[in-house]
Design a protein around this ligand. Structure first.
Ligand SMILES: Cc1cc2nc3c(=O)[nH]c(=O)nc-3n(C[C@H](O)[C@H](O)[C@H](O)COP(=O)(O)OP(=O)(O)OC[C@H]3O[C@@H](n4cnc5c(N)ncnc54)[C@H](O)[C@@H]3O)c2cc1C
Ligand code: SF4
Length: 509
């Protein structure tokens, strides 16, 4: 009468109701799968982090008295694919029932659902008990709308969850959003925190992955591995962030600086996305810090908006619009990624820094992802499918349900404005204001034309000239098109010519 229960690599939540009772009739199945190492080229740290965290989760479950069947990548019984392994394990245990927590990725959801229809034992899927919204709720919220503005969704979530709300139903402080206070460049003060993530040595694991020829890129840093790998470590990191850094998060959340790659960001996304932490506890701790007078409202609100707002919102877009969303390409951009996306060997200091840091740390913060790398990709007309694969592979927190809407919808505008109200692009002026990248760059942020001119400048105007028919009617871009009109036809022609030359020489930028 055995029941098998599947735990996927991003379902490492020891608080799930499954684990409240122990039963000898239940076997928890955890699988290291070739298919998961191959669906995209992953950063080395992402592979180490997921396998190491899965192994630790299995160890802790066993220690608590649960029956666990953990199949390592090099286990002779490992069949490679998810469903082949499940068939074999059902037969081995003569199981009568198979249960799984709903996957967050469409790909795995389809695979499991299809397999379950032909499975000979009773099958059941259960909620992963992680998000604020159930899948059906988000799909119905988004399903019928032509545009899906995050701000409306966020207000609804604040009201529904009673987060930062006054008893009379108004937002605390009188405003829903304090973004205007969150746009300061960082000039060296206040001092940024030390890297307080835990330290692990995973050389043996890395060695075995190398021997098993698991493909990867980026720096493994296996001997000094810094990501939280279980709930205790994740909670400790969250506590440090709330106590010391949240107060600064709001004001400097958009800043970028060569002296500190993480600034005041929390670094909790891997722990959140693998469900070691719950978004409810993250939001409630941030709210409590404000209620106790430890952090300003703007910081608490700015941070809570990311977790209660953006994170749930992009998941809603994903489940409402997959699988078609993946194939949108509003601007029909087709240019391949330049080779320097894989080694950061470019003269553009901002790109070299953001990509170099991503290769080194498997991490870039939101504005580096959006306004440096994504900005360039959109201005240069890079193929969205290639951009998506790069983002899905490189970041420690990259799982398709959150990466895909952020990359394709928010950053590359491939849905033509369903998710974002205008393309997130800028010239060098914004990058120069929000970072110190330009001061160490071979290019001049103030020049538009000429050999030393910053490529972002000509590419920015070229983008709006080229896509005029698709964008000029957008009210949020009226200022841009007003400025463009002030440029003479000859000036516009010079910009177009220069931008096209830059794109021809893109590998050498
Ligand atoms: C092009 C692009 C791709 C992205 N890909 C991913 C991805 O694969 N996985 C991922 O978790 N986030 C992604 N993001 C969102 C964001 O950049 C990361 O969540 C954040 O940088 C993680 O670092 P942190 O934990 O230090 O976050 P903090 O800045 O401290 O923010 C706190 C938390 O808020 C949540 N959050 C913030 N912004 C977003 C957002 N736009 N969407 C969803 N959650 C958000 C995250 O869970 C994050 O941990 C992407 C953003 C862009 C622009
Ligand atoms: S000058 Fe241009 S390319 Fe160089 S760092 Fe500034 S924005 Fe980037």
């Amino acid at each position: 009468m055995t029941e098998l229960r599947l735990i996927l690599g991003d379902q490492l939540n020891p608080e799930h109701s499954w684990f409240r009772q122990r039963s000898d009739r239940v076997v928890y199945v955890m699988l290291e799968l070739r298919q998961e190492t191959r669906y995209v080229l992953h950063h080395a740290q992402k592979i180490i982090a997921i396998f190491a965290a899965m192994r630790e989760f299995a160890r802790q479950l066993s220690q608590q008295g649960h029956r666990v069947r953990y199949v390592q990548l090099d286990d002779p019984s490992n069949r490679g694919s998810l469903t082949d392994n499940l068939d074999a394990l059902i037969a081995h245990y003569q199981a009568v029932k198979f249960s799984w927590q709903l996957p967050d990725e469409w790909r795995l959801d389809q695979q499991l659902t299809r397999w379950a229809t032909s499975c000979k034992v009773v099958t059941q899927s259960v909620d992963s008990e992680h998000f604020f919204c159930h899948r059906e709720q988000v799909a119905s919220f988004f399903g019928q709308r032509k545009t899906w503005r995050m701000e409306n969704f966020y207000h609804e979530m604040r009201r529904r969850e009673r987060v930062l709300m006054c008893p009379d139903g108004q937002p605390e402080g009188g405003a829903w959003n304090y973004d205007a206070e969150n746009r300061k460049p960082w000039k060296g003060t206040p001092a940024t925190p030390d890297d307080r993530r835990p330290v692990h040595n995973h050389e043996a694991l890395w060695q075995s992955l190398t021997e098993l020829e698991v493909p990867s890129f980026g720096e493994p840093h296996a001997a000094d591995f810094r990501w939280p790998l279980d709930r205790q470590e994740a909670l400790a990191l969250l506590e440090c962030f709330i106590r010391d850094d949240l107060r600064h998060f709001g004001q400097w959340q958009d800043a970028m600086h060569t002296d500190c790659w993480h600034l005041f960001h929390s670094l909790i996304s891997f722990a959140l996305n693998t469900k070691m932490l719950s978004p409810r506890e993250v939001v409630s701790k941030a709210q409590a810090a404000w209620q106790n007078g430890e952090v300003p409202l703007a910081s608490a609100e700015g941070f809570i908006r990311q977790v209660l707002g953006w994170r749930e919102y992009v998941r809603g877009v994903y489940w409402a619009k997959m699988p078609g969303y993946r194939d949108n390409n509003f601007f029909n951009h087709q240019r391949p990624l330049p080779a320097w996306f894989w080694d950061a060997n470019t003269k553009m200091n901002c790109m070299a820094h953001a990509i170099g840091q991503s290769l080194d740390q498997a991490y870039a913060h939101h504005i580096q992802r959006l306004m440096i790398v994504g900005n360039f990709a959109l201005l240069a007309g890079l193929a969205p499918a290639e951009v998506h694969a790069w983002y899905l592979g490189i970041y420690i927190d990259a799982f398709e349900w959150v990466e895909l809407p952020n990359t394709l919808g928010m950053s590359q505008f491939t849905d033509g404005g369903l998710l974002a109200s205008k393309p997130y692009v800028s010239s060098a002026a914004y990058i120069n204001k929000m970072s110190n990248y330009c001061s160490g760059c071979e290019y001049n942020p103030r020049e538009r034309l000429g050999l030393n001119a910053c490529p972002f400048n000509a590419l920015y105007w070229h983008f709006f000239i080229q896509h005029q028919s698709q964008l000029a009617h957008n009210l949020r871009l009226s200022m841009v098109y007003h400025q463009l009109k002030k440029l003479s036809p000859q000036e516009q022609e010079n910009i177009t010519q220069h931008a096209q030359n830059l794109l021809i020489a893109i590998e050498k930028l």
